[in-house]
Each structure stands twice: as C-alpha cells, then as structure tokens.
Design a protein around this ligand. Sequence first.
Ligand code: 3PG
Length: 387
Amino acid sequence: MYSFATITDAINLQCIKPGTRVLLRTSLNVPVAADGSIGDMFRLTRSLPTIKLLMEKKAKVIIVGYIGRQGDTLRPVHAALQTLLPDTKISFFDGKIGDARAVVDQLAEGECVMLENIRREKGEEDPVSADGAQLVADLAALADMFVDDAFAEAHRAYASNCGVTSKLPSYAGLLFTEEVEKLSEALTPTGKSLAIIGGAKFETKEPLLIKLLDTYEAVLLGGALADDVLRARGNPVGSSLISGEPIPVSIASNSTLVVPTDVVVVEEGVSAERECTVNDVRATEHIVDIGAATSRAWAEKISQAAFVLWNGPMGVYEQGFEDGTDALVEAISRSTCHAVIGGGDTAAAIAKFPLDPSRVFISTGGGAMLQFLADGTLPAIDALSKK
Ligand code: 3PG
C-alpha cells in the first residue's frame, strides 16, 4: 500500500548506532491551558514508542514540531514530555536553528534536545521558498537521518517534514507507520462496513463523503453536517448551523447516506432542551445532537457491523451535548467490530469507555486523517516514499 522505509527497516539495517544524530519530527501540537498544563496528552503519549526506541539505540535525538498558529512556545510541551520520559534527558533549544549544531554535538548518546516551535521559523510553511530552502538546509545539517512520526501534520507540506526528506535518509516512525497501516484498512473496508461522520463544514468534508458513499455500505451523518442534508431533503432545521453552499443533489439524494430521525434541539435564550422528530424542529430552535431513538438505531447498526470508521462528534460536544456521541462510543465498546476513530471531540468521548486496542484504533490525526481517507495519501507520505 505504501512504499516508504520505516524506522524498523533502519534498525534492521543497523543504520541507527550509538551516537547517530536523528532529526525526529513529532506532533507536539497539543492544547495548552493558561497554567501551562496540557489539555490532552494523547498525541504526546503516542509519540513515546519511537522516542524510546531511539533512546534504546542510544541515538542523539533532535525533536522538532510546532504548536498552534500564533507562534506559541513549546516549553510547556517540553516539560510534559520530560515528565513522561523521566529517565531521558531532554534539553530545550530556542536559538537560531543554524546555531543548534553545537548543542547537538554536546548531547550524550541517548539524550534529546527539543527545538522551539518550528512554525516560528521563516520558510517552515513554504519549503520551496528561499527561506524554506535555508531552513531545510539548517535542519538537515543537524542530523545523520530523519524520522517522521508526525502523522497528525502529514497533510502539511512543510520544511520540517517534507523538505528535509530531500537532504537526509528518511524513515517513517512507529506511530506514522501504524497510522498509515490502520487508516489504509479504512480505505477498503471488508465485511459489513459503516462510516460515521460528524462535525461541521460540509464543504471541507464533501470529497471524503463522495469516497465513503462509494466504499461503505452505509454512511451515518451527525453533527452540523446532518443539518445540511436534512435541509436538502426538505426537513425544517430552524436556526441550525448550516453550510453556506447548498449540497449537491447527488449526495443529498444518495440512499447510502443516513441522517438522524430525531434530534435534540434548543431555543435561543431558553435553557431547557427538548427532543423531537426531524419533521418537528421549530423555526426558533437549532439542532444540538442526535436524538435517543437515532442513538439506539445507530448503536444497533454498530453491533451488526464488521468495520466502523468514525470521525467527528454527533452533537455540539464542547457545549455539553455529549449523549449521542457517547452512546455510539459505548456501542463500539460493546461490539466486536474493528474500528478506526479520530477527530478532536470524538477522542474526548473515547476516554469514557473501555476500547480494546486490538480492534479499535484511535488516530492522532484530525485534518490529516480526513485528507488521507479522501485522497489515499498525504504530502508527507509522498515525501517519504520518494526516498
Ligand atoms: C492538527 O491539530 O490537526 C494538526 O496538528 C495540524 O494542525 P494545523 O492545522 O495547525 O497545521
């Protein structure tokens, strides 16, 4: 399915020896609260196996990543990673990348240095610009090889993931490889297959929906995406969140696409919520979750499925409308299906129920997962594969 070399290949070929300098691209893009605490450790904990493997091999590791879009500091993430790896010395470097070589040279075997938010560097987001080419050269000069473990950013063609592959022997990390393997299974599901897609922004998910409607036996639509289809099918959606563009008739009329039969609604300025059928939403109300009957019906579908792909919450999860999403996670927890799940608030619901990792894979990717499922590849996969 993919043709890139992995860190396991590098180890088998004895390319990683004590003292080998490894530039490691990791997803460090995690929510940080005002007090510096990390809101969700999932990406950091998933980055550990590759770091630990490199430490076992006594490599010198230069950890590179970014956080946010406003030039925030990675210092709280560095502190959190150090807590997760108490036996590994991880220093922090916030000087010019071109000056980092001296720090790397001073690392002992089996030590790491984390570079400050690489998105602060001119050229990171545009590796073919002059600044980008300089950044690629500066990063490549720090190391003997490159390992990309940042699947969550693999849809970004940046200097620190795609650019450096032209300068260094490059390998996919353990998490990156596992993400590609597991998400590849979701491209061609076998047996009775169910896709569940929630969240908002129909226009950004349209290519994915077109693909899923071709490959899955049923596509269940929740969140604000469902409001668009309900409206297109003639149901009243009141003041619900809807996309600017009308959705194509070919999608709206596709019988593989399943929308809720009942919903939870709230009225502006009224604290109480109510449940009603999708024919009964009042003009002053907006939809905030799938209803209980829909949750039961979709849980039943999950119990009969062999494979479930899920991205995006069923309701306005961050405002507390969690029941629909939670009901479906619970159904997956109780079922025997294989499942691939990803995407912000879906991941928050996942923590509430025990999910057997041998049959349920939780992706660290948000946008990367959606783009991979729509296109079957990503810029960082292509960059690694050219090596
Ligand atoms: C994500 O959180 O989806 C990735 O880390 C990508 O973040 P970005 O959209 O800021 O590049």
